[in-house]
Each structure stands twice: as structure tokens, then as C-alpha cells.
Design a protein. Structure first.
Lengths: 328, 734
């Protein structure tokens, strides 16, 4: 008889709004406090102290409009956040400051989270959905210079970009973007040439989330349907369907592969978090704690693998934090 | 010996003949035989065969032994080679024909002469493989000479091969030839050309046997393609055999043979056009209803297999160009097969149709039938997928997730489906074609009525659309009380927005393409809604909620189509009961009647066409069941429109129309004397009832008249007539 699934390690309450995004910053050495950033529907970014399980700071920079993407930029003092006010803000949190140092007006009305990639010390590339419906814009940060705009071919009818993942095979190699679109397809873009390399129709509904493992050249995407689609990238830069996995309930809002590429977690519209083995997509656990749609899942970046955590934010205004498969 | 001229040949022949006849003493052992074994092989063979049976009776001793030696020492290949060389210099065709006959019929000939006492080497099963070896040796010599730059004719060998095959010895000779040629042609173009030429030079009359032999014996389509080359494109006879005879006229070949054959066609661009043509012809046969009826089941199975194999070879662009044809043939074929009374036929139709649909609908929905799988269907389906796929999925490292032990996931069940909360969402669900959402559909059907009642404003925006959807709504899954549920919802929509919905429903009542059930639904809904409207807030009044409602009993039931008599009986009961409640009429009059303002919309459109046979249905003819209900409905509507302004109009109009159509027909059809004689009493009685102003008294008259008309087949017809009549009398009495 298999063990019953574990309970959350702890639960963070107090955002008083649905939680849309989570980001850990736990990589620092001993004196540093492990932190969890959460973005909520009320427009606040909460910085949670994972020792005390309390909010250290609440940041208000998106005009009380929902925050749906938070990420640090090289250390916990520099933060990037994206909100429904159509702005991406860059924060300076050093020495207790809570100021927005810069911001980008995206003019994008959807929910597509931006994707950040560190290309050199102090230099990032950011992919974001642009104002024009089908376009994706790549900016260099912090200079905010536009690198390129990725436009689908005329008549491609991809719809809006829904999710983005910017990556590069190794440091210094060409950055590549995977974008999931409204029509259910995933497109691989060569960022430096601004050219679509391959397109794969993974779903019949909009792609809600995707993640990619560049080591195995294999990615996974979820949509409002009942299936997870796993696809791979061959040497000719072609996306191919590898397999699909049928879910019990429809709707996936977020997918994250753990940094060590051993497991992955999905956030389900059915209020459940699902854990799979990444190699063969073996179902491992179904965590049923939330009472409303789970919006986001995130793995921590603890340097000690045993401390690794999984956090999930839900429409029920709670953030559940789990310690699962931390030993392996 | 090749250099022998005509004259030398004749002389040498004479010499050999005399040699053969020489008495034993004149045969130096060894030398005598050598003469035969080293002389020109063709001459020797002729002489030896002659000597077996020449002079009528006396067989030359030793001839059999020499012939045996002749065969065993490989002189046959020498013979073939000899002729091949002569042929290059234009040999004599008659002589060749004689030789071919002699070579091929040698076992029969010898066996005849020796009366069955022939040595084993002359048995066909031994002789023909030997001949095969000889052919191979000659082909090798030809190959050598071609490589040496010398021209060489192969046609004699082809003729021999053809003749052997037509003699039914394909198994023996090709059993030797095919494996060897398969090897030789693997990577050698000259051998390939020799092989192609060998088959091409077979005369038309023997072509079929040769091609069939090759197709049956080649270990695979690629080998066959190597051995035959583009024979089917070059040779009409071969083309006919391959593309017509073997596929459409014969049906005894094994699946492997079919795969060889069609695979062979698919492997070259020139031949692919033939493959497509073959597929078209196969589909034509498959979809022809006469073929389905008259050809044996084995042949149909054979053709189905061939179709599936063809499909497995089709490429995307080819499918693209032929999609429409494929679809048409599929539809026709599946139609006549589904009509068949044989299970096997139907299943065959389903499997093939599914496969075609799978192949041509790369994106869209795919046909899916329900049938029991058996070995045959599995075999058929496997034919469609067996072509090796060239798009290899990259082999990812196959390591395990085994170190990760799963937790218990038994609690991971489906969430209970939530019904939509907006009316527009309901419309989307009910009109959606997504079959997997049965649960959602069910929840929607159940929730819709309350949604409609709760959101009158939202309902009014889409009322007609909703009415239309509900009218056409069919039961998708088994929901308890689905019909009532649908009806209640329809009523809710109609009461929420009476005018447009009533207009829609009444217009649909007489329009095309509705089933009787739907027409009756329309009537039921109109009645129930009218009732609801006429008793405002009837739910609140306990008095009406229970007792009043059942007085308008609707005919529930799917089984009403047959038991019309029961229906009629029930109606009698209902109506009679209503008579007792006549005074309710008065009570109701004291309440505001919402039906008042809309009664016209319910009533008039319904009587528009009742007496004219329409293309849709004939109320006065065979659709009397609906007529009965229509009359019933009109009656109830009239009843519910009590004290409304329109009521008077209703009556006048109604009577005017009724009078013209009914009284006249009544008078025409029933002899006057009978009416007077039989009905006087009842008419008088009725009149006295009507004096009490109970409108429903008319129904009694209605039934009295019915009783009088004897013919039961006219019962409904009569019902309406008499009812009109009664109304007329009612008016008069008023």
C-alpha cells in the first residue's frame, strides 16, 4: 500500500487575494534569510520570510492590478515584477528600500508572463508579449533596448502568446525562445535571427504553461485540456511530440520542472498539485490541499537539496509549501 | 560448336543419329557417350529424345543413361547458352520453339516413354530446379559477356522461363531463381538489368504466370521492385495482371502477396500513379452496392485488405489531392455495407471506413464505430499501420524514475462538474459538439430551467435561440425524466418571453422537417405555458397548484404513437372530468389573466393550416394523432383565454373557418337521413346542456357524434368535424 500523500510543510496566509505567482530566493549562504516572493491579485508583492513564515515586506507597484510574474535578477535585492497594469517593474530592495527603479510599459493586455534569461554578468534578455496581438518582443535589461520582435508569418493564425520560455543551451550560445500560443501550438524561435525554427501543435486549446529541459532537449506543456503534452527537440531544431499524458481533470495553469530535472509539478484547475517523475512522466503524487484553482507552482533554489521546497499559490488566497522528494 | 552452319548441323545431326542407333558392339565405352556429351547440346538433345521413342517401338538402349548424364553434367545450360549466342546472330525461331518444347516437356516425354520407370533426375521436382540452375549459369555467362562489352540476347531464357511457369512449375524453377537473383541484384546494376530484361522478354501469353510467380515468391516489396523493375509500366500485359487481374478478378492470394504487390507499386514514382489508380478502382468496387451484394465475402475481404494496404502507402500530399474521392467512396461503401444483413459485411464496412477516415482526417474528428474486435478486424487494422515509419522519434535515454516512489493517488478522482451559471454558457454547451462533455451537458440540462426563471432579462435576449435549441434537443445520455426536464425548460422560456417564442413555436408547428414528437412537444409547451400565464403566480396558490393542474393532462409518453386509442380514451376521461369543474371558469374570471395579452399569438397561428394538407404533414389524413392533439390544445387555449378580449375573436374566426371546412364535409359524407334519424335526440340533449353555458359541454357532443359514426378508421376525422359542428351549435345557442 502506497503512503498517503504528505500534508503541506506549512501554509502562508495573509495575502488576502488570490496568489498568481511565486518565486523563491533561498540560494544564499547562512546569514541570508530564505525568501519567497508572491504576487497577488490585489497588486501587492509579498516578500515572505521562510524562517518566520511571515511577510517581511509588501510591495505596491502595480496600481492594485494583479501581479502575475515575479522574478529576481541576480540576487534578492533586485526584483522584476509584471502586472495587469501592463507594466514590468524593476525593483531595488537593497538595504530596506522598496522603490521601483525602472519600468517597461508592455501594452500587452493578456496574462502572458515574461521570461528572463541572464546572458552575461549584469545583462539579461527578457521576452514579453508585445502590444500587437501575436507579437513577442525581446528586450535587453537593464538597458531596455529592443533586441528584436518576433512576428509569426502572415496568416499563421497563432493567436496571442500565452507563455514564454527563454533559454540557451550553454552560456554564450544563441538564446532560443519557446512560446506557447493561443491556438495550442508551441513555436521555437531563434532570437538572434528573429525566425521561427519549428512549430508543433501540442494542444487544441491555448497553451497555458510550458517548461523546457535543455539538457534532455525535452519540454512539457499544459493547456485547459485534460492532457499534458511532452515534446522533444531534435538536432535539426524540430519539435516533435514525444508523448502525451492524460489527466484526471482538465486545466493546467502552471508547470515547473525542478532545477535538478528529476521531478515536475503542475498547478491544476482542479485545485490539485500533481508531481511527476520527469524522465518518464511517472505520476508520483497528487497534493490535494487547496480549495480553488491552483495558479502557480515553484521549486525553491536551496543549495542543500534536502531543504528544497515546493510552493503553490491558489485562488483560495493561500500559499502551500511542501517538502516532497527532497531526499532524492 | 556455335560456329556450325546449317549444313554442318545437318551433317552432324545425321552422324549423331547413326551413332545412337549403332549396335552395342560398335559403341566404344566412354567415347560413345562423350560424343553426346560434348557435341552441340541442342542437336544432342533432339537426337537423344528422338532415340527414346523412335522407330515406334524399339528403344535404343543406353539413350536414357546418356540423357541422364547430359542433364547432370550441366549440358542444359550449355544448350541455353548456345541458343542465346545463336540468337544474337538471328537464329531460327521455329527451331527455338521446338527446343523450348523439348526442354520444358522433357520430364513428361521421358516419363511417357519409360512408362514410369524413369530415373529420379527426370522427376519434375528434380528436373526443374536443375533447369533453374542452368538458367542461372546462363545468366551469369550473359552477365560476364555484358561486362566484357559483348551484346547478348536473353530472350530464349525468358521464353524457357515463361514456358516452365505456364506449365505450372513456377515453384520449382523460381524457388531456385528468386533467392539467387535477390542476392545478385542487391547492389549490382547489371544484374538488376539482366533480371528486368529476363522478365520483360517473356512473351505476353506466359507473362501472367511469371509475374505471379515472382510476386508470390519475392521475400518483400523492395526485393520485388529490384527483380521486376518497372515492368508494369513497360508491359501492358504485366500491368493488367498486376493492377487488375490479381487485385480485382482474383481473390485467393495471401495478404503477403498483396503487400508485395502493392508495396512494389508504391516504390517508384512511375508506379505510384498506378497505385493511386488501383486504389481508385478498388474503392469503386468496394463502394459499389452491386459488388457488395453479389461478390463473395472472401473477395470483399480481399479487396478491403488491398484498400488498407494501399492507404498505408499513401503520402500526405497524395491524400490531400484525393481526399474528396476517398471520402465519397468511403461514404458510399459504408452505406451499402451497413445496410447489409450480414454481420461480417457490416463490420468490414466499419473497419475500412474507420481506417479511411483515420487516414484522411489528420486533424478533424475521425469516424469511430462500435463493433467487437476479432482476429479479422485486428488483422485489417494492422495492415494500415505496418509501413515502417520514417519519422523516428528520437530515442531518449531510457532511464527510470524508479528511485521515486509514488504516493497513494487513489483519491485523485474527477471533480464534480459544475453547471454553467450563465444562460449563454448553457447555449454554448448545448450546441457544442464536444462529445466528451456529457457530464457538463447533463448538468446544463438540469440547471437550465432554474437559470431561465431566475434571469428573465437574460433569457429574453436569447429566448428564441433557446427555444430553438430546446425544441431540437435530443437526449445525449440517459437522464432520468429528460423529456419532462426539457418540457419544463421550454415552458419556462415561453412564459418568460411569450410573444417571440410563441411566434417561433407556432411557426415551427407547420414547417418542414419536424418529427411528430416535436410537433406534439410544441403543442404541449404552448398549453403548459398558457396555463401558467393564465394562473398568475399559481405556485403560490395552493388551491390551483395541486388540483387544477392535472385537469390539463398532457400526453406523456414515447409510446403514444401506437396506443392512440388509449390516448383517445384518456382524453375522454379528461374532458369528462372537466365538465364537473365547469364552474372553475367563473372563479378564474376574477383574476388578472396574463395570458390575456398574448393569447392571440398562441392561438391563431395554430389554426392557420390545419385543414389544408401541407407538404409537411397532413392533419386530416394520416397524421390524425397530431390533429387530435391540436384540437385538444386549441380547446385548452380557448379555455385558458377565458374572459379575454381575443376570446370572442377567437371564436368567430374559428367558427368561420370551421364552418366552411367541416360542416360541409360532414354533410357530404354522412347521409342526411342518418343524421336526422340518429342524432335528433342527442342534439336536443346537447342543446339543453349548452344552455348552461358550460363551454366544455361541446366536448360531450363531440363524443356523441363520434359514437354515431361507425367506422373507427374515421374516428379522428369525425372527431374534428363534430367538434366544429358543436362549436357552431354552441355559438348559435349563445
Amino acid at each position: 500500500m502506497a503512503l498517503p500523500p504528505p500534508d503541506p510543510q506549512f501554509v502562508l496566509r495573509g495575502t488576502s487575494a488570490a496568489v498568481h505567482t511565486l518565486y523563491f530566493s533561498c540560494g544564499g549562504s547562512e546569514p541570508d534569510i530564505p525568501l519567497l516572493y508572491s504576487g497577488s491579485e490585489s497588486g501587492f508583492i509579498h516578500v515572505w520570510n521562510l524562517r518566520t513564515h511571515r511577510v517581511d515586506t509588501a510591495l505596491d507597484g502595480h496600481g492594485r492590478k494583479s501581479v502575475y510574474c515575479v522574478e529576481t535578477m541576480g540576487g534578492k535585492d533586485r526584483l522584476l515584477s509584471q502586472g495587469r497594469d501592463q507594466r514590468i517593474c524593476l525593483w531595488d530592495l537593497a538595504e530596506g528600500r522598496t522603490s521601483v527603479t525602472d519600468s517597461v510599459f508592455t501594452e500587452h493586455v493578456g496574462f502572458c508572463r515574461c521570461s528572463l534569461l541572464k546572458v552575461a554578468q549584469g545583462r539579461w534578455l527578457m521576452a514579453m508579449a508585445a502590444r500587437s496581438l501575436e507579437e513577442i518582443q525581446i528586450l535587453e535589461l537593464p538597458s531596455k533596448t529592443s533586441v528584436c520582435t518576433l512576428k509569426p508569418e502572415v496568416g499563421a493564425k497563432l493567436g496571442m502568446p500565452m507563455c514564454l520560455k527563454l533559454w540557451q543551451l550553454s552560456c554564450g550560445s544563441q538564446p532560443v525562445l519557446l512560446a506557447g500560443y493561443e491556438d495550442g501550438s508551441v513555436v521555437l524561435w531563434n532570437v538572434s535571427m528573429g525566425k521561427a525554427l519549428s512549430q508543433l501543435v501540442c494542444h487544441q486549446e491555448p497553451v497555458m504553461s510550458l517548461d523546457f529541459d535543455s539538457e534532455k532537449a525535452k519540454g512539457i506543456s499544459g493547456s485547459s485540456e485534460k492532457v499534458l503534452s511532452i515534446w522533444s527537440l531534435n538536432e535539426q531544431q524540430n519539435l516533435q511530440v514525444y508523448k502525451t499524458h492524460e489527466l484526471v481533470n482538465a486545466g493546467i495553469s502552471d508547470i515547473t520542472i525542478r532545477p535538478d530535472k528529476k521531478i515536475l509539478a503542475t498547478a491544476g484547475w482542479d485545485h490539485r498539485i500533481r508531481i511527476f517523475g520527469w524522465k518518464k512522466l511517472k505520476p508520483l503524487a497528487v497534493l490535494d490541499y487547496h480549495t480553488a484553482t491552483v495558479h502557480c507552482v515553484s521549486f525553491s533554489d536551496h543549495s542543500n537539496p534536502r531543504e528544497r521546497l515546493l510552493a503553490a499559490g491558489s485562488k483560495d488566497q493561500r500559499i502551500s509549501v511542501w517538502s516532497i522528494y527532497a531526499q532524492t | 560448336p556455335a560456329a556450325l552452319g546449317e549444313r554442318e548441323r545437318a551433317l552432324f545431326g545425321a552422324f549423331l543419329r547413326s551413332l545412337a542407333r549403332a549396335p552395342g558392339a560398335a559403341r566404344p565405352e566412354g567415347v560413345w557417350q562423350r560424343c553426346f556429351l560434348e557435341g552441340p547440346a541442342s542437336l544432342v538433345l533432339c537426337v537423344l529424345l528422338e532415340s527414346l521413342g523412335s522407330a515406334g517401338s524399339v528403344r535404343i538402349p543406353g539413350a536414357v543413361g546418356v540423357l541422364e548424364q547430359f542433364l547432370q553434367e550441366g549440358r542444359v545450360s550449355a544448350l541455353l547458352w548456345e541458343v542465346c549466342q545463336q540468337q544474337a546472330q538471328a537464329g531460327c525461331p521455329e527451331l527455338q520453339d521446338v527446343l523450348i518444347n523439348k526442354i520444358v516437356c522433357l520430364p513428361d516425354h521421358v516419363s511417357n516413354k519409360l512408362q514410369g520407370k524413369n530415373p529420379p533426375v527426370f522427376f519434375p521436382q528434380n528436373y526443374f530446379p536443375l533447369l533453374g540452375d542452368a538458367v542461372l549459369q546462363v545468366l551469369e555467362k550473359i552477365s560476364d559477356s555484358l561486362r566484357g562489352g559483348l551484346d547478348c540476347s536473353i530472350s530464349f531464357v525468358s521464353h524457357v522461363l515463361g514456358k516452365v511457369c505456364i506449365h505450372g512449375r513456377q515453384k520449382e524453377i523460381l524457388g531456385v531463381l528468386v533467392p539467387r537473383l535477390t542476392d545478385l541484384t542487391k547492389s549490382d546494376c547489371i544484374w538488376q538489368r539482366i533480371c528486368w530484361r529476363l522478365v520483360e522478354c517473356v512473351p505476353d501469353r506466359w507473362m501472367e504466370a511469371v509475374v505471379l510467380g515472382f510476386v508470390q515468391r519475392a521475400p518483400g516489396a523492395d526485393v520485388l521492385s529490384r527483380l521486376l523493375g518497372n515492368l508494369v509500366v513497360k508491359n501492358k500485359k504485366a500491368q493488367f495482371v498486376v493492377t487488375q487481374k490479381m487485385l480485382l478478378l482474383q481473390y485467393g492470394h495471401t495478404t503477403e502477396v498483396l503487400q508485395n504487390l502493392l508495396g512494389y507499386l508504391s516504390l517508384d514514382s512511375l508506379r505510384r500513379t498506378l497505385l493511386l489508380r488501383v486504389l481508385q478502382e478498388l474503392l469503386e468496387t468496394w463502394s459499389s452496392s452491386s459488388a457488395v451484394k453479389h461478390s463473395p465475402a472472401e473477395q470483399q475481404l480481399y479487396i478491403s485488405k488491398a484498400i488498407l494496404i494501399c492507404l498505408s502507402h499513401l503520402k500526405e500530399p497524395e491524400i490531400e489531392t484525393h481526399r474528396q474521392e476517398l471520402l465519397t467512396s468511403m461514404m458510399e461503401g459504408v452505406k451499402c455495407r451497413l445496410d447489409s444483413s450480414l454481420l461480417q459485411q457490416r463490420r468490414l464496412g466499419m473497419v475500412v471506413a474507420e481506417s479511411i477516415s483515420l487516414k484522411i482526417n489528420t486533424e478533424g474528428p475521425v469516424l469511430k464505430f462500435e463493433y467487437e474486435e476479432d482476429d479479422e478486424t485486428r488483422e485489417l487494422k494492422s495492415l494500415l499501420v505496418q509501413t515502417p515509419s520514417f519519422c523516428n522519434v528520437p530515442s531518449l535515454p531510457d532511464d527510470d524514475d524508479d528511485d521515486l516512489i509514488p504516493y497513494d493517488m487513489s483519491e485523485d478522482k474527477e471533480l464534480k462538474i459544475k453547471a454553467p451559471v450563465y444562460i449563454r454558457d448553457c447555449i454554448e454547451v448545448l450546441t457544442g459538439s464536444r462529445t466528451e462533455d456529457v457530464d457538463k451537458w447533463e448538468a446544463t440540462v438540469k440547471a437550465l430551467e432554474s437559470l431561465v426563471r431566475k434571469n428573465p432579462a437574460a433569457t429574453r435576449e436569447v429566448s428564441v435561440e433557446l427555444a430553438k435549441i430546446l425544441l431540437h434537443l435530443e437526449e445525449k445520455s440517459s437522464i432520468e425524466g429528460f423529456v419532462e426536464l426539457r418540457q419544463r425548460t421550454q415552458v419556462a422560456v415561453l412564459t418568460t418571453d411569450p410573444i417571440p417564442v410563441a411566434k417561433y413555436l407556432t411557426s415551427q408547428f407547420y414547417s418542414l422537417n419536424y418529427s411528430l414528437r416535436q410537433r406534439m412537444d410544441i403543442l404541449d409547451v404552448l398549453v403548459l405555458a398558457a396555463q401558467e400565464l393564465s394562473c398568475p403566480k399559481f405556485c403560490g396558490k395552493t388551491k390551483h397548484s395541486g388540483a387544477q393542474k392535472p385537469c390539463i393532462q398532457l400526453l406523456q409518453g414515447s409510446d403514444s404513437s401506437k396506443g392512440w386509442r388509449r390516448v383517445v380514451d384518456e382524453r375522454i376521461k379528461n374532458k369528462t372530468r372537466r365538465l364537473d369543474k365547469g364552474h372553475c371558469d367563473m372563479e378564474l374570471a376574477s383574476r388578472p389573466n396574463e395570458f390575456n395579452s398574448v393569447a392571440g399569438y398562441f392561438f391563431f397561428p395554430l389554426i392557420q393550416h390545419f385543414d389544408r394538407p401541407l407538404t409537411t404533414f397532413d392533419l386530416l389524413g394520416e397524421d390524425h394523432l397530431v390533429l387530435g392533439r391540436l384540437a385538444h390544445t386549441l380547446a385548452i387555449l380557448m379555455y385558458l383565454a377565458v374572459n379575454t378580449v381575443v376570446r370572442k375573436v377567437l371564436l368567430y374566426r374559428y367558427v368561420r373557418q370551421g364552418l366552411l371546412s367541416c360542416i360541409s364535409s360532414l354533410l357530404l359524407s354522412v347521409p342526411t337521413e342518418r343524421i336526422l334519424a340518429d342524432m335528433t335526440e342527442e342534439l336536443l340533449e346537447t342543446q339543453s346542456w349548452l344552455g348552461g353555458k358550460t363551454w366544455w359541454g361541446t366536448s360531450v357532443l363531440f363524443w356523441l357524434v363520434v359514437k354515431l359514426l361507425c367506422s373507427t378508421s374515421l374516428i379522428v376525422m369525425a372527431a374534428v368535424m363534430s367538434w366544429h359542428c358543436a362549436l357552431e351549435i354552441c355559438m348559435i345557442s349563445k
